[in-house]
Design a protein around this ligand. Structure first.
Ligand SMILES: [Ca+2]
Ligand SMILES: [Ca+2]
Ligand SMILES: [Ca+2]
Length: 268
């Protein structure tokens, strides 16, 4: 009996469905010209996504995010009920039905992105330094209309330059080969503006805690790195990312006007 149980366990743990989304290094500049804030805590590569892996782990989904730069905790996140790191924030949008017009068109408040009609999302997984209590409160106050579709992790841990987050699979089920994905890298801002869900703004001129190279109004995407092409991590995906994040229009007379970018899902 014991032998049988062992064999089954071994099979169950090695038979994960796994999706690997790769991203090139050196494109942590949004549409091409974004620059990091000037404070020395933002080390080179901190927001440079290199891989997102989604694994079916029984009743859970395990999402592992890899960055080119260090995952560090200079702001002592454990002291504010956080997850052991201070900076990286990732939103993983999932399009489970791939039907035009179905799902959320708007991104999360503060990202200033929308999604193309054929790439609307059903669920968004959030992986940030903030603990569950703060995250739940921010979502309830700033993203009420999408609250049921924003998924907060059960646990988050740091492993070198990787961040591993575990989510309850819940009603989502196992990842299907047809799902589309988009990942948006941001920076955890503990003192966000009243409409932003813990995101750090991109301004025209960089500041101690502000990205630069964008626009002071809300027309520019507050996205430092995203997936592009078929997420194989090739250098060609840099130009595709730049093109996708450049396609916004500002209205000089209206802070919230203009036209925001519309992101596409990648289907690995
Ligand atoms: Ca990257
Ligand atoms: Ca959809
Ligand atoms: Ca990218």
């Amino acid at each position: 009996m014991r032998g049988l149980t062992l064999t089954f366990t071994l099979f169950a743990t090695t038979a994960f469905a796994q999706v690997v989304l790769k991203d090139p290094k050196g494109d942590d500049n949004g549409p091409g010209g974004y620059t990091y804030p000037t404070d020395s805590v933002y080390k080179p590569g901190t927001f440079d996504l290199t891989e997102v892996t989604i694994e079916d782990a029984g009743s859970d989904l395990r999402v592992t995010v890899s960055y080119a730069g260090p995952v560090e905790d200079p702001w002592g996140s454990k002291g504010w009920d956080g997850n052991g790191f201070s900076h990286q924030m990732l939103f993983l949008f999932v399009d489970t039905d791939r039907k035009a017009g179905s799902g959320h068109k708007d991104g999360i408040p503060g990202l200033n992105v929308r999604f193309a009609e054929g790439s609307r999302w059903e669920k968004a997984f959030v992986i940030t330094p903030q603990g569950k209590r703060r995250l739940d409160a921010e979502i309830a106050s700033k993203a009420k209309s999408m609250q049921k579709d924003i998924v907060v992790p059960k646990s988050v841990r740091v492993q070198g330059r990787k961040i591993v987050a575990v989510f309850a699979k819940g009603e989502l089920g196992a990842p299907a080969a047809t799902w589309g994905y988009q990942a948006v890298v941001q920076s955890n801002e503990g003192y966000p503006s009243k409409s932003d869900l813990l995101t750090r703004p991109v301004n025209e001129i960089k500041g101690q805690h502000r990205f630069g190279g964008g626009h002071d109004f809300n027309c520019d995407p507050h996205a430092i790195d995203i997936l592009a092409g078929s997420a194989k991590g090739g250098d060609d995906e840099k130009a595709l990312q730049h093109r996708a994040l450049k396609s916004y229009v500002c209205d000089d007379d209206n802070e919230d006007g203009g036209k925001r970018v519309e992101l596409e899902m990648v289907t690995p």
